[in-house]
Design a protein around this ligand. Structure first.
Ligand SMILES: [Mg+2]
Length: 345
């Protein structure tokens, strides 16, 4: 089994003298590495950018730009990366060595390069490369996990809709936008009728399936870019419709109610009805400085309570004191934004 540090490296070899390059290149290839050669600093930087080698052997003294310049360019080309750079030099004073490290180099090799020293230095570079590579993989995995966690933290695992936290964030954004743009904001709080009886009769697993189907309809109907359906908790859902007036909200609710009827989910425990229904409370405001999320939810909740009191299976609007069974189905200004769900109804 190969040693973990025995990595085949792609080495960029930079030296203006062909004979030096040829000798080093042969040694590197004999050690099992791939070699890319450059004869000056400009070519070295261009090859580094296009080929992204694993290590760079870089002559210091070259016509035109020297190795220190090339090292600086290479470091600038990979601000988040790290590729080992070993300078090649005939004679190195303390000052030269310090300048080379300052320019971005990691180590020095003295010419003529001893094959034993070259192999030892490259072995060290391989180890560092392996560690760096593992760190990169772990960092990528961590980033992906964080992104997943972020999504999970804002969504309800059962229905896939926004959860309470996701709702809070979007409600806050929508309220600020509506206040700034003096636009109406509609919030609907809805609830599956007689859901406790459903669970008691059919069991909680079947109850979950019912919630998933209902949530699917809510998600599909709230598809304008700024609309949002979320699970408020239990069998309660919130629908947020920015830029939607009273009449638009009533139109939306009538359409939603129709879709729930068409879904025709059997309710095992309703008296007099056979299918699952929704009741909802609607509130629409052009928010001012006094409007809060809590006040909106409270008004929608009061409207939901009224809808239940009126016999369920209806959406009641707080401001107009009408419900989807009595209110006018005006063709509304709900349809103003692209991606309207009006065609679904
Ligand atoms: Mg030279």
């Amino acid at each position: 089994m190969a040693r973990p540090d025995a990595v085949r490296l792609k080495v960029l070899l930079v030296d203006d003298q062909l004979s030096h390059r040829a000798a080093l290149s042969a040694e590197l290839q004999a050690m099992g590495h791939d070699v890319v050669e450059a004869g000056n600093a400009e070519d070295a930087v261009a090859l580094f950018t296009s080929l992204r080698p694993d290590a760079v052997l870089l002559d210091v003294a070259m016509p035109g730009h020297n190795g220190h310049w090339a090292a600086q360019q290479i470091r600038q080309a990979e601000p988040e990366g790290w590729t080992p750079i070993l300078f090649l030099s005939g004679c190195v004073s303390d000052v030269d060595l310090a300048a080379g490290i300052e320019a971005g180099g990691d180590d020095y090799l003295f010419k003529p390069v001893s094959p034993v020293v070259l192999q030892a230095k490259l072995r060290a570079m391989q180890r560092l490369w392996s560690l760096h590579h593992q760190l990169q993989i772990l960092t990528d995995q961590l980033r992906a996990s964080n992104a997943d966690l972020q999504v999970q933290s804002l969504h309800d695992p059962l229905t896939g809709l926004a959860n309470r936290r996701g709702l809070d964030i979007r409600l806050d954004e929508a309220l600020r936008t509506a206040r700034r743009e003096h636009q109406p904001l509609t919030l609907i709080l809805c609830d599956v009728d007689n859901f406790k009886a459903y669970n008691d009769t059919a069991g909680h697993l079947q109850g979950d399936q019912c919630l998933i189907r209902i949530a699917q309809v809510l998600g599909e109907t709230s598809r304008r870019p700024r609309d949002l359906a979320g699970r408020f908790g239990g069998e309660e859902f919130v629908i947020l419709l920015p830029g939607t007036s009273h009449s638009g909200a009533m139109y939306f609710a009538k359409g939603l109610q129709r879709l729930i009827h068409q879904l025709a989910l059997p309710h095992p425990a309703t008296d007099g009805r056979t299918c699952v229904t929704l009741s909802g409370g609607i509130t629409t405001v052009v928010p001012d400085g006094n409007t809060t999320i809590e006040s909106l939810l409270s008004r929608a909740d009061a409207a939901l309570y009224t809808a239940k009191s009126l016999g369920r299976d209806r959406f009641f609007c707080f401001e107009t004191q009408t419900d989807t069974r009595t209110g006018l189905a005006e063709v509304p200004d709900y349809d103003r934004e692209q991606g309207s769900t009006a065609t679904l109804f």
